[in-house]
Design a protein around this ligand. Sequence first.
Ligand code: FCB
Length: 419
Amino acid sequence: MKNKKFLWGVATSAFQLEGSPAADWATWDRALKNRPEAADHYRLYREDLLLLKKLGVNAYRFSIEWSRIEPEEGRWDEAAVGHYRQIADTLAASGIEPMLTIHHFTHPAWFTKKYAWHTEESISRFLSFARKIIPRFKDVRYWVTFNEPYVLLLGGYIEGCMPPGVKDVRLAARALENILICHAGAYDLIHENNPSAMVSVAHNMAAVAPWRAWNPADRLVARAATRFYNHSLIDAFMSGVLVVRFPFKRAVEIPLPIKGKLDFFGVNYYTRVHMRCNPFKKMGVELRHRDIGGKGLTDMGWEIHPEGIRKVLSYASKLKVPIIITENGMATHDDRRKSEFLKLHIDELRRCIADGMDIRGYFYWSLMDNYEWAHGFDSRFGLYRVDFNTFKRMPTMAAEFYSNVIRSCGTSLRQGERN
Ligand code: FCB
């Protein structure tokens, strides 16, 4: 990476801030019935982008909403493309580095209904969207093709709690294969349009521990979960083969055209999970969050475990590409705890860099409160508080805290300046 400046950013996704009437999620979740515009960012984006300047970030991760751009199959809405173009232009005018996510969980409703990821046609449908959009953002350097492919997979194809709401492991494998083929296609397209582009996925990685450390079955389950959830995608980027290994089962190997198709690696890190073997649960596995480290749980019940970020980053370092924390954050109504969360994680990152890890950026999730999928509107991740009745934005103490961090140690996290 030529550009060595450390990226201090915040991350958002279009649907969570703007909603979209033509998206699959729009009818999936009843919470959106009364509030389809989410935080009304589609209308208020100009004011919202001014907050980035106030914060003092030098980077902003946002996504484009496919269902606004192609609300019906093959019908392109130029005004919607223009909307996202204006976001990129505003960032450029403010000297803020954009990081553009092409796919962040949502799809046009027609895509999910007619195709969805397990069908072969999903590849041509997605790539036709990618071909439409990528040349319009040639000036964007940082790209995330897919946000959290494994979350999409577990939610959409195993748990069935996200569209398309399927519960079928075989279809899940096919869906993952198609998504990663699309990553490879989008990677090539982006590079054709911008040879110095930096492209990745944003991979959700969690620290994983056995529920009962003394129990060999729990340890086995925790190890298998780590291998699959955290490591298998990283290994596939290195080898070109996705290997799925479950205890007492034959490994499944899926060849994929993704070897080396990565210019940096995006890691979304939030928490640690504890796992145990439980034959009465799906796939024999039960998961929960426990406050083992004494740092407490977030409003969503997730354990605050800053040390875990080192574990996941040290595995990601195997890729030998720069790493960017594309998401890290906490849902809480308590600003003081949010600031403390930021401090603990940034301190840990600083130590990781001092130990030689090539970490080039940190994006807090999220700029402002938004629609948190199945959790609705009350998971307050924002540096800015949103009143969802008036759509008024108010800075939290954590916004000030983050600004101060950026101002005071702006360059000290930089690679090469670690001594
Ligand atoms: C991540 C998602 C993001 C947001 C945060 C809290 O898994 O990428 O959209 O919901 O969790």
